[in-house]
Ligand binder design. Structure first.
Ligand code: PEP
Length: 255
């Protein structure tokens, strides 16, 4: 089955609006593989301006990096799924390890967020992944299984079609340490089988699963060549237009 190839950049809390506009201008102008969908998860403050800039630029889409689980209310400083949907922002990242760590977001809260985002009509990029201690005890697959079970598996087969899974081993995020292509493939294949078991084989085969963790122009090709890796979620390297374009252009040609 051929799945959409995706390179998603996570800008995190980086760039002023001016810098963001400059980065997007370079990305628009660059020679890119037209079969790859590039998603840019930018700060909330940039969404409207960048949306106008990339309008009708086909394979370039925007994502928010988080949203609340309620659509309105007394939650000072928060942004709701319906606010994003109202701006026609198509994607939201949920469950990034930095939010799990610094904002204490657990699987139960993420279940509420996923539900609210999907109900508002957003597509969810759901992050999962283990830390180094879990990896060292070889419990990484069980760890991810629990994350999926507790946050995603109450969704119906129809609903989960609007979810993209991003496997991001925490020990590889921002550390320069990348999972080997074989380690990425092992986890991605396990995730695909978990989805097939929970739903059915068709849903499992259709699921887009991204790898994230220190992807660069120099290592993307080997990771993207793995059969169950459909692309990447890229942090640091997505802030450099040349590097991100190199990553976008790292997928194998369709046979
Ligand atoms: C991320 O933030 O999701 C990420 C994978 O970061 P980096 O590419 O910098 O490791």
């Amino acid at each position: 089955m051929s799945r959409q190839k995706i390179a998603a950049g996570n800008w995190k809390m980086n760039t002023t609006l001016d810098e963001g506009v400059e980065l997007v201008s370079k990305l628009i102008a660059a020679e890119k593989d037209k079969s790859v969908l590039a998603i840019l998860a930018v700060p909330f403050t940039h969404l409207l301006t960048l949306d106008k800039k990339i309008k009708s630029k086909g394979k370039l889409k925007l994502a928010a990096q988080n949203c609340h689980y309620k659509n309105s209310g007394a939650f000072t400083g928060e942004i709701s799924p319906s606010m994003l949907a109202n701006l026609n922002i198509p994607y939201v990242i949920l469950g990034h390890s930095e939010r799990r760590q610094y904002n204490h977001e657990d699987n139960a809260l993420l279940k509420l967020k996923v539900r609210a985002a999907l109900d508002a009509g957003l597509k969810v990029i759901f992050c999962c992944g283990e830390d180094l201690d879990v990896r060292k005890t070889s419990k990484h697959i069980l760890h991810v299984k629990i994350q999926l079970e507790e946050s995603l598996f109450s969704l119906t087969a129809k609903e989960i079609k609007n979810v993209i899974i991003a496997y991001e081993p925490i020990w590889a995020i921002g550390t320069g340490e990348t999972a080997s292509p074989a380690q990425a493939q092992e986890m991605h294949n396990s995730i695909r089988r978990m989805i097939s078991r929970q739903y059915n084989k068709r849903v499992g085969e259709a699921m887009t699963i991204l790898y994230g963790g220190s992807i660069k122009g120099s290592n993307a090709k080997d990771i993207f060549a793995q059969p169950d890796v459909d692309g990447g979620l890229i942090g640091g390297a997505s802030l450099d237009a040349d590097e991100f374009v190199k990553i976008i252009n790292s997928f194998q040609e369709e046979e």
